[in-house]
Design a protein around this ligand. Structure first.
Ligand SMILES: *Cc1c(COP(=O)(O)O)cnc(C)c1O
Length: 354
């Protein structure tokens, strides 16, 4: 069997969730959209079921997957519904639902529901992606209050720059949100991971951490004791000794500057390892940190074994995990940990529970 694996440490996931919970003022939704950022939504939700006050996903399909796996906790649909006919299932499966647009309000008012829903009314406080503008928000709130299909309302907004400590945007968004919602008698939800980490003065009833659950630091300066949840690993499947001047890989992007011992690893961009990671990106082989050489191929990549003589065919390679932080790999590849994690595919996931 091809040795590429994603080891998922569910004990680390629980540890990180508890840190998120300590940062939260009150209740905490574990964000498990996009297959729990590539970690496997069902396994992650099951591992957090006794800790989390609920879960958040992007869409009905993701929520139904969790319900069908036996998850009984509240599940919030972060983008609500995409067509009105989803409302019947949303009620049947008792999902919580964002409403961010007028057409959704119209659909909700008309839907023939047997039981009313908990609606999270989204305000666009500056992200300018979805949600009601401040001047539309109170009217939307009043329509929900008057709607027989609505059991309760939570006021929600999302920060666009909470990972930037020097930016005034987060404070401005929060002030606009507070000003607009003044006097509304409803619970509030504003904090994602970077807000929980970087903006302790901003707290609300429901926090919505995602990335910190998976052990990536959302803010560079953060000193949270998060544990990496995913270890992406494989093995050396071939070794070659190259004299100085020889190229490695497609496009001869790397030319050996000295006699080089090259290890070939069964891992490539089809597994989700970023093709844009350049030579020099850290990789750990047999527990020692070394570097990527040349271009990443679809199924293989090359690493430098020159200074790790004990490594050879069969040695374990960690692409990210405890020895090599995913944040470092993401920085080298010009992206963010979120994208790397979500892109993991084809590899077996193995769950560690102790
Ligand atoms: C994805 C998402 C989150 C979680 O964000 P992190 O940065 O991963 O903590 C929270 N709220 C909303 C609306 C989201 O879409």
């Amino acid at each position: 069997m091809r040795p590429a694996r994603a080891l998922i440490d569910l004990v680390a996931l629980r540890h990180n969730f508890q840190i998120a919970q300590q940062l939260s003022a009150d209740k905490t939704l574990a964000v498990v959209k996009a297959n729990a950022y590539g970690h496997g939504a069902i396994a992650c939700a099951q591992a957090l079921a006794d800790l989390a006050d609920g879960f958040a996903v992007a869409c009905l399909e993701e929520a139904l997957q969790l319900r069908r796996a036996g998850i009984k906790q509240p599940i919030l649909l972060l983008e609500g519904f995409f067509s009105a006919d989803e409302l019947v299932l949303i009620a049947e499966y008792q999902l919580w639902c964002v409403v961010h647009a007028d057409w959704q309000l119209d659909a909700l008012e008309r839907a023939p529901l047997t039981q009313p829903l908990q609606i999270w009314l989204k305000m666009d406080s500056g992200m300018h992606r979805v949600g009601f503008f401040a001047h539309q928000y109170r009217a939307a709130y009043q329509r929900l209050q008057a709607c027989a299909n609505v059991a309760s309302i939570v006021l929600i907004s999302h920060f666009s720059r909470a990972d930037e400590l020097q930016s005034a945007a987060t404070t401005e968004q929060y002030q606009l949100f507070q000003h607009t919602t003044r006097g509304m008698d409803a619970a509030v939800s504003v904090c994602n991971s970077p807000a929980l980490v970087a903006w302790p003065q901003i707290r609300s009833d429901w926090s919505r951490p995602g990335i910190i659950l998976y052990g990536s630091q959302p803010v560079p300066s953060s000193e949270l004791q998060l544990l990496p949840v995913m270890t992406l690993q494989s093995k050396i499947i071939a070794v070659r000794e190259l004299p100085a001047g020889e190229p490695v890989g497609y496009g001869a992007h790397f030319i050996a500057p000295r006699a080089t011992r090259v290890g070939i690893v069964a891992m490539g961009y089809a597994d989700g390892y970023p093709r844009h990671a350049p030579s020099g990106t850290p990789v750990a082989v047999a527990g020692e940190v070394t570097q990527l050489l040349g271009r990443v191929s679809m199924d293989m990549l090359a690493v430098d074994l020159t200074d790790i003589p004990q490594a050879g065919v069969g040695s374990t390679v960690e692409l990210w995990g405890k020895a090599v932080s995913i944040d470092e790999v993401a920085a080298c590849a010009g992206t963010i940990s979120y994208e790397l994690l979500c892109n993991v595919q084809r590899v077996e996931r193995e769950y560690l529970t102790n």
